[in-house]
Design a protein around this ligand. Structure first.
Ligand SMILES: Cc1ncc(COP(=O)(O)O)c(C=O)c1O
Length: 482
């Protein structure tokens, strides 16, 4: 039993003061020290109380006498007990002041369980987790000295070639592993690029609507965001040129625009690359969910057609799960030294054992098998939500069911009253981000960005039904009031 409530007894009397020995603590002296310290600090052992002799306490607790001696010594140096010559050990008459407690508000950081339609949740396969755990244990056990040092600031020598192989096979991106840097996700990769390549105040085109987390990251670096509208072909390059043709970079999600779901047309891709060449600007290509494509092959990544100006950002947050905090950058060869120098001055890379474990799973085909298993489940989740919304929302919501990815966008009709989206979300009792959260310039109707991965089908159906009904009710109430 790891915990055992133990009553302190003395030969002459019984102290009804239970202390707990935590048997999970490895050393007996620490078990005793920890239990007595807690008893004193919690006030169970009152100031001035005489503690039992070391022999008596050792007998009562069933531990070695040396353990009691060591525990009493530790309590002495904590200032929690006093030794009175020839008279034994007493709880200190005046206890040291406890450290000031942190304000409750600061401690109260609880992450509530996620509900439909939260973003960033994926199905986590327990078999895959077991394989990852086994691989990382093996990597730690078999580590050679080189793997225990600072290493190459680009990250694991095993994972980078796997990344290069994956990108060539799936995204049309041909790159040498020397141009890949392993990062702790897209946000981190973006920050690193800005540190290495841009200066505060530099203008950066940003899709509007666009990915809020990247917007926050970019703003935090001190660059100036230039909102550029998005239409059915992706970012409107001519609008960007009109707003600031001399911008130093553009952040885009060409494969699956966040949040609209539009795939950037080839004409638009070429226009964007042309602008970048003329302006000497960089393109940050966030390719966050191309692994989950439900119909036909995805268009080649921008980095596959204009490699010299494009920095490609990939993540395992969707392929596997966000808490893994692993992603990667593909940097044009001419820029690698600058990004590596910025990297060496920062954190270097995420823990090497996890990178190597992931590399092992990629090499063994475990990750691609996982994606093959998840793809139909996510497609089904998308269909379930789209069907239920079409059925219950009628004309109150316009749907853009995407050909890839893990979210869809449902927009309110033109003329919907201001604030309706918030009311509907509240009435439907769902968790989701609004289209207006993703906008820099507020224009057009609001909508709901609905993450559908990582939830049970019946929860998705129920949430979509509530959303559809709430949209109908609130819009028809507003119509009647007009
Ligand atoms: C547009 C976009 N980019 C990137 C990411 C992944 O970010 P990260 O790798 O920092 O978890 C997400 C995750 O939801 C996303 O929606």
């Amino acid at each position: 039993m790891p915990n055992r409530a133990t009553t302190l007894r003395r030969r002459d009397d019984v102290l009804a003061l239970p202390i707990r020995l935590d048997r999970a603590i490895r050393s007996q002296s620490q078990q005793v020290h920890s239990a007595l310290r807690a008893g004193i600090i919690d006030g169970l052992l009152a100031p001035g109380l005489r503690l039992p002799s070391t022999r008596a306490l050792a007998e009562q607790l069933g531990v070695r006498r040396n353990a009691i001696v060591a525990a009493y010594e530790a309590l002495l140096s904590d200032g929690l007990v006093e030794a009175r010559h020839g008279a034994g050990t007493y709880v200190a008459a005046e206890l040291p002041a406890p450290p000031a407690a942190a304000p409750m508000a600061e401690l109260d950081i609880r992450i509530p369980p996620r509900r439909p339609f939260a973003l960033g949740v994926t199905l986590v396969d327990p078999v895959l987790l077991k394989r990852l755990a086994a691989a990382s244990r093996r990597r730690i056990a078999q580590a050679v000295p080189d793997e225990l040092g600072y290493g190459d600031p680009r990250g694991s020598l095993h994972l980078r070639p796997q990344g290069a192989h994956y990108l060539a096979a799936n995204r049309g991106v041909r790159c040498d592993p020397s141009c890949i840097l392993i990062v702790s996700g897209t946000q981190h990769g973006l920050r690193l690029c800005i540190d290495a390549l841009l200066a505060p105040g530099d203008a950066v085109w940003f899709e509007d609507p666009g990915y809020f987390a990247s917007r926050h990251t970019l703003r935090a670096t001190g660059v100036t965001l230039v909102p550029v509208p998005v239409d059915g072909e992706g970012i409107v390059v001519t609008a960007g040129e009109k707003a600031d043709a001399a911008a130093k970079a553009a952040y885009v999600t060409p494969s699956h625009q966040f949040p609209t779901g539009v795939a950037m047309s080839m004409a638009r891709r070429i226009a964007l690359l042309d602008w970048a060449r003329r302006a000497g600007a960089y393109i940050f290509e966030d390719d966050y969910d191309s692994e989950y494509r439900f119909a036909g092959p995805p268009l080649t990544a921008l980095a596959g057609i204009g490699a010299e100006r494009v920095i490609y950002l990939g993540t395992f947050a969707k392929t596997l799960f966000a808490g893994l905090r692993l992603g990667y950058l593909v940097v044009p060869p001419a820029l690698v030294a600058r990004v590596v120098a910025a990297r060496a001055a920062q954190d270097r890379f995420p823990p090497v054992f996890m990178q190597d474990a992931l590399a092992e799973l990629m090499a063994d085909g475990v990750i691609s098998a996982h994606m093959r298993r998840m793809r139909p489940r996510y497609r089904q989740a998308r269909d379930v939500v789209a069907d239920a919304l079409a059925r219950y929302a009628g004309d109150s919501l316009h749907l853009a069911a995407p050909a890839q990815g893990l979210h869809l966008l449902a927009t309110l009709p033109h003329g919907a009253p201001k604030g309706a989206a918030k009311l509907i979300r509240e009435r439907a009792d769902i968790e989701c981000r609004l289209l207006s959260d993703a906008r820099i310039v507020q224009r057009g109707p609001d909508g709901f960005i609905l993450g559908y991965s990582g939830f049970a089908t019946h929860d998705l159906t129920g949430a979509a039904r509530r959303l559809g009904r709430a949209a109908q009710e609130i819009l028809s109430q507003a119509g009647r009031a007009r």
